[in-house]
Design a protein around this ligand. Sequence first.
Ligand code: GDP
Ligand code: MG
Length: 779
Amino acid sequence: MKLSDLQTGQAGYIIRVSGHGGFRRRIMEMGFVRGQRVEVILNAPLKDPIKYRVMGYEVSLRRGEAQMIEVAGDNYELRITNYDKDNGSTTVAGHRGAAPELHPKRIEIALVGNPNSGKSSLYNALSGGHEHVGNYGGVTVGAKRGTFRHAGYEFVIYDLPGTYALSPYTPEELFVRRHLTEQIPDVIVNVVAASNLERNLYLTTELVDIAQDMVIALNMYDELTASGARLDAVTLETLLGTPVVPVVARDGRRLDKLLDTIIEVYEGRNAVSRHIHINHGPVIESAVAELRRAMEPDLEHFPKHFSRRYLLLKFLERDREVEAQLAAACPRHDEWAAVRDTLTARVERELGEDIETAITDEKYGFIAGALRETFIPGKQERRSATAAIDAVVTHRVWGFPLFFFLMWAMFELTFRVGEHPMAWIERGVAWLGSLVGHIMPPGPLHDLLVDGIIGGVGSVIVFLPNILILFLCISFMEDSGYMARTAFIMDKVMHRIGLHGKSFIPLVMGFGCNVPGIMAARAIESRSSRIITVLISPFISCSARLPIYILLVGAFFPASASLVLISVYVVGILVAAATALVMRRTMFKADDTPFVMELPPYRMPTLRTSLRHMWDKGGQYLRKMGGVILAASIVVWALSYYPREAQHSYLERAGLAVAPLMRPLGIPWEGGVALVAGVGAKEITVSTLGVLYAEGGNGEEDLPHRLTAPDPATGAPDWTPASALAFMIFALLYFPCLAALAAIRKETGSWRWVALSVIYNTAVAWLVAWAAYTVMSVF
Ligand code: GDP
Ligand code: MG
């Protein structure tokens, strides 16, 4: 009988609570635990919720929730007194008010697994002679039901048909899914053939998503050992959040261990058992998150058999079973379906494949990642092409040179190939400047156009080719699947600074732009690692800082350009690493929640998708150019131009105000002004220098020449190589740009981290720049 069937005034005893793990725990925390007496205070038909008294408290439950609780009527004790003969225990009947010992203690389990994983063998070994073979009415596929006893429990076991997934396409799949929705086993026993882990674990990832209590019976363990393969089952079970028990069903080996583990999970005292979220990549995950936010008002109406996350994922996937369940349960279903259609279309457009394929790919990526960490295949194992490539690319020795080579190639491409279009744009900007300069009559408008707008925006736009190439390389690494592999090789290194390999991906992406890097940190499961990664991301030198380096390195270090450039990047990386270490030591103590580094299948990115991703990011750069950088150039120009009659312009005065702070770094006041302006976006630093040094120049020389030329006022150049280096380092490390700060706020959820980021980064920038200037000045 269901709790929802009890009428007002009736009472009963709870036999079991079913549903997905989170739901059950919540209901049990409210007092609805096995053996408790529940009284119905008010159950009006058509009225939701229902009021109950349990453990002396009044509690309301929704009808949908009460349907998940199985109860026995008040006279239950009488019937069960005679039941448990072989156990010799008796129950006192009619003992009202006190919870009676309910007999028998019963666990219902369901064997779920691929065809030929050994479910029937396990079923026979467990149920022995007590086999009841039955067919479920009306369907062609059937399940066997058996019972047996172990450690004081009566087990009811179902041998379900073999299935590769829980999709609603074949009768077997539908049957298994219906069993899990309607029968709801207490514990799912996922039978996994150790001889074919990758294929078998796919079903496991779907079962992990539904979040019912589960134990993995790793069957055919004898074959795994015989093939010479090795498996770290302990790590695998922590990664999956599901206990893994190696068994040999055919010989009945280790079945006691399996049953004990099932009991542990059922009683909620298994240390490994926890609900993990399989990460389906940023595109799918953000769609799920948006769908969840949109459906917020209806979430409580969701069916309770499977986790909400699973239902949302399947809804997104247009699964017709889930669609029908949600249509029945959610009053505003039609509205949600429309939201879903938009989100699904977006995912399919962005990933360039249908959503089901995309989700399947991501799940295989999760499996590949989990196995790469725990499984060494034996001799006979036939390797997939992906696994063969991964064996090299993620090799703990060979992975590194390959990675550094690719990084080097990326920067080489960025600068060498970028030089040519850069020269063309430079010439174009100079031509435009002199053209406008000749056409326009002299006056403020002439100066605004030539010095302010063309000088300011022009000094930044020349770097567009470099930035597009850098973004193209990063898009290519991401789209091909290589980026995901870098997490693997860097895992050990990242552990040194208290992080995980997964933090590496956001950091590499940060070379392009810190904002997507910070957002990519979302994929990191552990909160403290996520926050640390977000906060050290701004130290990774993004492409917006590149113009600053190219300008100053070109002007002051023409002979050793690459070396200086790489050193600046390395300074950023070192500061990031040191910061991570300090944060791990002081703010967050070690946190070792293990998680899987996904290895999605390799894909040859089409030129079209890579170009599109490059263009998405490059487009942002151009918009920035037309917006904030244009505005900043005009403001900076105006501040440097006015007041005409006074000796010092406004900008000069601002520069003189910060000059005392900049003097120890050897940075002239113009540099101080540029840095103040660069708070908005780091490119503005260069456009500001462009504006400040435009005036007084004869228009023939380019900006680097004007920087190295002697200042007419003092007779000596404003800048020296040492001050240029200090400037680059300061610009690299100080105050994250406004877009990065907004991203930090969003990902950490707190202004506190934003404030810390601003203060800490600027202080560190000053100290490191000062040290660099001091050391460099000595030489
Ligand atoms: P089902 O399709 O999942 O019900 O799988 P079966 O129980 O019918 O088993 C499929 C095949 O695997 C049979 O030939 C079994 O003898 C064999 N098998 C089952 N368990 C084991 C095991 O632990 N080790 C080995 N080597 N073979 C097994
Ligand atoms: Mg079978």
